[in-house]
Design a protein around this ligand. Structure first.
Ligand SMILES: [Zn+2]
Length: 445
């Protein structure tokens, strides 16, 4: 068991919430020395009847609001966190465990929590794929993680281009011969199934070329680009918990200080398009950073997207991408079983709303997810997200997948590893194929 770490994490988080917001009532409730070991286990609580403003206030206070749907928020924390919610007048009810059963098999080298791969193992796998399939896959270093920029270890961030490589293919230049589908995963480190799904997509493509007709046709006509782990420093923190993964969402930027286990910038609130309406509390899970694209991971992904996708959309919020625009982008997140379309930053409909919904519905034929805007799905607005940047700046048809259900063994941020192979990958394979096949003309029809 790893109860000591959890106790420390909970105490630090609550201390920070009180210190940075002046919510003195919280301090009286936070007593990290007192709870029994069972009470220190982080679980998911539901709180009903919240307004959007109240949800935002809880986030700003430092509560880990994992999910919100129609005023029912799901908040992660231990018994002390539930007590803090009660002190604020809420009525949290136990919803589900965060940690699922881990098979009692010997841990394989390079894995954690029943089989999820570490960053080092993922990097080694990507090198292997590129070496084994030189005519189909090419590996690129697109930038550094925050720790690497500080000279404190860290990682390069890798992108793989997969296509039947002809002269001029797989170059980081938006003037490409083939249309492009780009995919990113694990920008939120603790959404651990997403990186595994991205890796399976790469493996499936290189294995299927020449044997599977749809895959062969796709790779003959389209470049598929994948960044399986946008936030490798965060994933290192997650994996450091072993069978009790640390619930690190953000990157490892600790320059704001005093956040303890809640360090980092939310890389999906740090993008440059319409940045700046999210959390200003450095210890909140949705902390947006000090400036637009302040984080090296954000800049790496944005520069990579600009190098892949031509700028096809006008500057105004209501300028549509033209009907003959190309390219599709998907960012994999957890959880809730949604396919979310722009905009995130405003409740106004995106100018290509009808076509974005139609393509989302075509993807949902495979995974069964609910298609819609933030307002239609998760119920909260967001600013500085990658999908708003890809669509807003470049006109790429952009989608957020929220993979895995709300609860159960395959639900939440930490599904049992067997769920990846049994349900999460199979149900999303077809959705990703539909997205990639639409890269030539996502807005046509
Ligand atoms: Zn996420």
């Amino acid at each position: 068991m790893h109860m000591k770490r959890r106790l420390v994490a909970a105490g630090v988080a609550l201390g920070v919430a009180a210190a940075t917001t002046g919510a003195a009532a919280l301090t009286a409730q936070a007593d990290p020395a007192a709870p029994s070991p069972a009470a220190a286990e982080p679980v998911t609580w539901t709180v009903d009847g919240l307004s959007q403003t109240e949800v935002a206030e809880l986030e700003q206070l430092g509560f880990d609001v994992a999910h919100d749907h129609g005023g029912e928020a799901q908040i992660i924390g231990d018994q002390a966190v539930a007590d803090d919610l009660r002190a604020l007048g809420h009525d949290p009810e136990f919803f589900d465990t965060v940690y699922k059963d881990v098979a009692a098999t010997a841990q394989q080298e390079g894995t954690y929590y029943g089989g999820y791969r570490t960053v080092d193992a993922i990097e080694a796998h990507l090198q292997d794929v590129a070496a084994a399939h030189p005519s189909l896959a090419r590996l690129y270093d697109i930038g550094d993680s925050w720790l690497k920029t500080q000279g404190e270890g860290g990682h390069d961030i890798y992108a793989v281009c997969v296509t039947a490589i002809a002269a001029g293919d797989c170059e980081q230049d938006p003037d490409s011969t083939k249309p492009r589908f780009s995919l990113i995963a694990q920008i939120h480190a603790r959404e651990i199934a997403t990186g595994e799904i991205a890796l399976r997509w790469i493996d499936d493509l290189v294995a299927g070329y020449g044997t599977d007709a749809a895959t062969t046709d796709l790779l003959d006509t389209t470049e598929v680009w994948v960044v399986p782990v946008v936030n490798p420093d965060g994933v290192d923190i997650v994996a450091s918990g072993g069978d009790d993964p640390v619930l690190q969402r953000k990157n490892a930027n600790d320059s704001a200080g005093n956040c303890g286990a809640r360090l980092g910038v939310d890389l999906n609130r740090n993008s440059s398009y319409e940045w700046g309406a999210d959390s200003t509390n450095p210890c909140a899970e949705t902390y947006q950073g000090t400036t637009a694209a302040s984080e090296p991971e954000t800049r790496a992904v944005e520069e990579w997207l600009r190098a892949l996708h031509p700028d096809q959309r006008g500057e105004a919020e209501d300028d549509p991408a033209p009907a003959d625009a190309r390219d599709v982008f998907v960012t994999l997140h957890s959880y809730g079983e949604y396919i979310i379309i722009p905009w995130g930053y405003t409740e106004n409909a995106a100018p290509n709303d009808a076509r974005l919904r139609a393509l989302g519905e075509a993807m949902a034929e495979s995974n069964g997810y609910l298609v819609g805007t933030n307002g239609d799905t998760v119920g909260y607005s967001t600013s500085g997200t990658t999908d708003d940047m890809a669509y807003g700046e470049l006109g790429v048809a952009a989608f957020t997948f929220e993979v895995s259900p709300d609860f159960g063994n395959c639900g939440g941020f930490l599904p049992a590893f067997s769920c990846v192979e049994d349900t999460l990958w199979p149900e999303n394979r077809g959705a990703l194929m539909t997205a990639a096949q639409a890269a030539a003309a996502p807005y046509a029809g």
